[in-house]
Every structure is written in C-alpha cells, then in structure tokens.
Design a binder for this molecule. Structure first.
Ligand SMILES: [Zn+2]
Length: 453
C-alpha cells in the first residue's frame, strides 16, 4: 500500500511539473516573439522580394524557393517539397471597362475574376441589367439575351462578421456567370466583395459549368457599382464596354512546401500548422495569406528558439493553390491517406494578420473542452476565445484524417477592405498584431504536442 502510494505520488509530481512548466514556456514564447517581431520581418521579405504569387506564375515558384529557405532558416529539422499539379490562369496585360453616360464614356475600375475567359479582342458592348441575386437572373428569361448582367447585392452591413457577410454575397461572384449565361447574357460585372466603399476592384474565383456557355466576368469596384446603379436609376438604358485578356494555360508542375520539428517522444503524431503560399495577383497578398505563411513558420521558429523539443512533431505546411483550386491541400490530404499519417490536429491561419482573438475548433466535445482549458494560457496574447466550428479551406481537406480542425480567429473588421485587391499590402499589417497571431499558434501547437488531444 505504501509502495503504490509513493508511485502515485511520483506520477502526480511528474504530471504536475509537466503542467506547471507550460505557463513558463508560454511566457517565454510570448516574450521572444514580441521582442523580435520576426513574423513581420519575414512578411516584409516575402512581399518585397517575391510580391504576389498566383498559382502557375514564375512568382509562385519564387515563393516556393523563399518558403524552403525561410523554413530552413527557422531551424526546422527537415524541409521538403511535395509535388502537385496546379492550374495556370493569367490575367493578361489589359483589362478595362467603360460606361456610357449619355454621349460621355467614363472608365470603370474593373478586374477579371479568376478563371474568366477573355472577351473578344474588340471587347463586348451591351446594355446592363442590375440584379441582386441569382434567382433574379433566372426570372429575367429572354430579357437578359445579349445583355451584361450586373450583380450588385452588397455585403449585409448588419452582420457583425464580415466573413458571414462575404458568405452571403459571394455566390454572385462564384456562380454569377453560369446563371447569366443560361439566360443568354454575354458578360458579367459583379460588385466587389467588400464592405469598403472605394475604387479598387476585388478579384476572386469564379466558376463555369461544362454544359453552359462560358461568358467573361469581371469584378467592379464598389464606387463603380454605386455609380452604374445610380445611372440605371434614371430609367434610361445604360451601356457598358468590357475588355479582358485573361486565359487559362495548361496546368503546371509545382509544390507545397513543408518543414517540421521532430517530436522527441511521439514523432509519428503530427500537429499541422499551415496557410497558403499562393495569392491572387492583386496587391502582394500580405494579409491573404502571407500572414498565415509567416504565422506558420514563426510558430515553429519560436519553439525551436527556446531550445526545447516538443513531444510530438510540429509541421508547417505552406499550401499551393488555395485561391483557385485547393490542389495543394488535396494533394497533401491524399498523401496523408496513402502514408496513413497520424494528424492530431490541423491549425490554419487564413483570416489575416490582425490581432488574434482566439480559435475556432471543429472536433468532438471532449477535444473541444480540452482546448478550452488552455484559454488562460492563450490569454497572454489575447487569443483566449475558443469557439465551436473552425478550420479553413486547406485543412478542411484533412477532415477525414484528423479529429481536430482549428482556425485562428483574428480581429476581422478590416479583412475584406483589403482581400484580393491592390489594397492587400504590407502597410496594412501591424508588426505586433501579426506576431501575436504567430505566438498564439505556437502556444496552441506546443500545448497539443505536450498534452495530446
Ligand atoms: Zn486566403
């Protein structure tokens, strides 16, 4: 009896010391991060030496080399490329639109939506019809024939979450061309997906359907959208001209970039942290998703710099082609399945580099509750709000192979002001806010690695 009691005592003491070690490590992760602001240095370097990095472009391949080197510099035990075929859509040199206001022709700020076909060389010119939903287009019937459909449903301003407002408006961008073509329209203008009222068009993915005629589609700035809508309110017909030179080229051989710190005790159990290395070809993809890339690298770097080794493996994945295909995430998930790799959790950062508020967690309730118990530790960087539902488009592909999908939730009110536009530049990122996100991910990855899930 005395013997077993003393064993219990020893176990209890070991357990306690492991537990009580964590606050100290968390404090050091925070202090080192905030002293160095290393995430911002990396992001500055990525955005200035590579710039934007659309799938299939030379710049994306530059970003791959940048990712390899930066993961090595961060002290990863191993760094490698994972091959994946990615799409290659190019915007072309020129894209422009004009609206005829009586006899006057005025320029509109537009940009092709990702995946759009070009207009004929001489452009398209047609009367525009303003609509606010896909259903409204279906009801237009023959009235839409030969016209340009102008989707102008704004973000719902009453939504607290701009992500929710985006979700409520983005069908116009993604499926607008299909529905417009079905009723005989020849082109689409879609109001930019943002709450901001400015003259920058925001691009993003759009789709075609094999059985439906492909028609060109462009985003129009919110200022432009308001202007065209105002002209239409006079009741006179309004004509728009649109010129796009974009095209889809053959797929390109490319890569995900992966680096990891090997676990000391359970190296085959993996905690993934990731973001997407590609971006749209507007701005420099500083928030989307340069922030997620440097968050992921810095999460490992901070742990490595403490000179401590996690129990389990912590792996950073810089996914290829999130924006227009998710091919990188699909290839990664396929290999996880083939190799039967064990992913304890997959954490994604793809909501910008703003101050972290917490994490969204998709898991069973016992794992969710366990993560919630770490809230007081995450509070040191303000990231203590643990909510149900989370993850991201890339880690979402791992849903069948991991029991916890987790997404970093930063403050979000400004995200769509910049998203997929020329506004997404490094000056919109605050060095401390960015670093706090990396520290939050580092803390969470560390805790999962030590305590399991
Ligand atoms: Zn993104």
């Amino acid at each position: 009896m005395r013997f077993s009691l003393s064993i219990l005592c020893v176990i209890f003491t070991i357990h306690l010391s492991a537990q009580s070690n964590n606050p100290d490590i968390v404090e050091r992760l925070k202090n080192n991060g905030l002293e160095s602001l290393h995430s911002y240095e990396m992001l500055k370097n990525l955005t200035s030496t590579v710039g934007n990095r659309l799938s299939g472009s030379e710049n994306y391949e530059k970003a791959v080399r940048w990712g390899m080197q930066t993961l090595k510099d961060a002290g990863c035990d191993s760094v490698w490329l994972e091959p994946v075929m990615i799409p290659h859509w190019v915007r072309g040199k020129s894209e422009k639109a004009f609206v005829w206001n009586g006899k006057k022709k005025e320029a509109l700020a537009v940009c092709a939506l990702g995946g759009s076909i070009a207009t004929p060389k001489n452009g398209i010119r047609a009367e525009v019809i303003e609509v606010h939903s896909l259903d409204e287009v279906k009801k237009l019937g023959v009235k839409a024939e030969g016209k340009i459909i102008f989707y102008n449903r704004p973000f719902d301003k009453t939504k607290f979450s701009p992500f929710e407002a985006y979700g409520g408006a983005v069908d116009q961008r993604s499926r607008g061309a299909i529905e417009a073509a079905k009723v005989g329209a020849i082109g689409v203008l879609a109001r930019s997906m943002t709450n901001a009222l400015d003259n920058e068009p925001h691009t993003g993915m759009m789709q075609y359907k094999d059985s439906v005629t492909k028609i060109p589609a462009a985003a129009i700035s919110t200022v432009g959208a308001e202007y065209v809508s105002g002209l239409l309110k006079t009741g006179k017909p309004v004509t728009v001209e649109l010129y796009l030179e974009c095209q889809t080229l053959p797929d390109v051989q490319s890569s995900n970039v992966i680096g990891e710190i090997h676990g000391a005790e359970l190296p085959h159990e993996i905690i993934l942290v990731g973001g997407h290395l590609d971006s749209w070809d507007k701005g420099v993809g500083a928030h989307d998703d340069g922030a997620g890339i440097v968050h992921s690298i810095e999460a490992l770097h901070l742990i490595k710099n403490l000179g401590i080794r996690p129990k389990r493996t912590i792996r950073a994945v810089l996914f290829a082609n999130e924006e227009n295909g998710l091919r990188g995430a699909k290839a990664y998930a396929a290999r996880v399945q083939n190799k039967n790799e064990k992913h304890l959790a997959a954490i994604e950062s793809d909501a910008g580099g703003f101050a972290p508020l917490g994490f969204g967690v998709t898991s069973d309730s016992s794992k969710f509750e366990k993560i919630k118990t770490w809230s007081p530790l995450l509070e040191v960087v303000g990231a203590d709000k643990i909510r149900r539902e989370g993850g991201g488009a890339d880690v979402g592909q791992l849903a069948p192979f991991t029991s916890a999908l987790i997404g970093l939730n930063p403050e979000q009110q400004r995200y769509f002001d910049y998203h997929h536009s020329n506004n997404d530049t490094i000056d919109k990122v605050h060095p401390r806010e960015l670093e706090l996100g990396a520290i939050a991910i580092s803390i969470l990855a560390w805790l999962i690695s030590q305590e399991g899930l």
